[in-house]
Design a protein around this ligand. Sequence first.
Ligand SMILES: Nc1ncnc2c1ncn2[C@@H]1O[C@H](COP(=O)(O)OP(=O)(O)OP(=O)(O)O)[C@@H](O)[C@H]1O
Ligand SMILES: [Mg+2]
Length: 376
Amino acid sequence: MRNPFHTDTLEPDQPFCNRARELRELAGHARNGMNVVLFAPRRYGKTSLVTRVQHQIRAEGICVIYAQFMRLVSVEDMVHRLAKAIITGLHEHESLLDKGKRWLAHFPSLQVNLSIDSATGSISIGVQLVRANIPPLEALEEVLEEVGAFLEKEDFLVCIALDEFQDIVDIKEPRVEAMLREHIQRHKASYIFLGSRRRVLLDIFTNKGRPFYQSATMMELAPLPEGECVDFVVQQFRRAGKQCSQDAALAIVRKIECYPYYLQALAYRAFEQCQDNCTVEDMATAYESLLANERYGYQAIIQGISTGQLKLLRGIAKEATAQITASAFLQAHGLSLGGVQAARKHLANQDIIEQDEQGEWRLVDPVFREWLVRTF
Ligand SMILES: Nc1ncnc2c1ncn2[C@@H]1O[C@H](COP(=O)(O)OP(=O)(O)OP(=O)(O)O)[C@@H](O)[C@H]1O
Ligand SMILES: [Mg+2]
């Protein structure tokens, strides 16, 4: 029996829980040429959702381009990723093999190499700069100019997704942000800027002093609705030839607080754990196995933070939600006010902690929280 749960980015044909409204809205914005910022914590399904939307609108004749900016290291790196994404997206819209001559000429700064696998017939695309030693900012400007001029001439719609967009900040070249904004505002396309370090991403679009201020409509991805999650788990079990009662499915969903990645990760383990019928006890065993598996990632987070940050994290985890500047909290966790403020900034920028409507702080990831409580 094949396990029906998946923890990689979901392909458009894989089962997907809910998000019907978000799909509809994103597709609508793409058709209207509107720019959108899509934000949510890590592993909430942003990339899967955008992949799905782009797949859907491509079938309507919209040209879709997807570039991944995760861990950008330099402006040069950005130019390459962007250029490759643009050529790949255009090729999928109008094949380089029969229509390439028509549009490739509009990108004189790029040299495109095609290799065709004779066995499978699949094409791989290599993109380089014609002027290899050009300063990276100049190269970026050229590519953006050429994209703009090309879009101006074409009458098809284009949707460009820039994943983990906030990582442009990490290359520490302030002129990039202004240059991108300058060109993107003139591009005849709809952009989706998505990312998980929400504070960093949102600051780009909501800080008055920054070039992208108020240049896109904001869209937050919430946890999945509880009822939909339960139905999803029950249906996927059934589809794959096993049973999961409503109670067991609800236990799974509540344990991980509707967090999309953990929904699949825990259900995957529960499916492996049970015989033909998943029970609440199977779920509990599966949860322990999930924690054991995830601990490597959690340990890596802990190793990457300072002692003060760890103290704050532990304090918030233990109290579930916390007034972290209250003297009782500081005393209980051996923290100073100055230490808390510095630690909070770092942990919030990394999207490890967040503030709720009441102003209290909590861990973003419920399973990480439980691991912290058990470990320290
Ligand atoms: N609507 C959904 N239905 C079912 N599972 C989902 C859904 N959305 C997300 N998931 C689960 O969450 C996992 C993470 O999805 P995805 O990689 O798209 O998220 P992301 O927000 O882009 O994550 P990251 O922050 O790591 O880039 C998927 O593998 C899948 O298991
Ligand atoms: Mg992603």
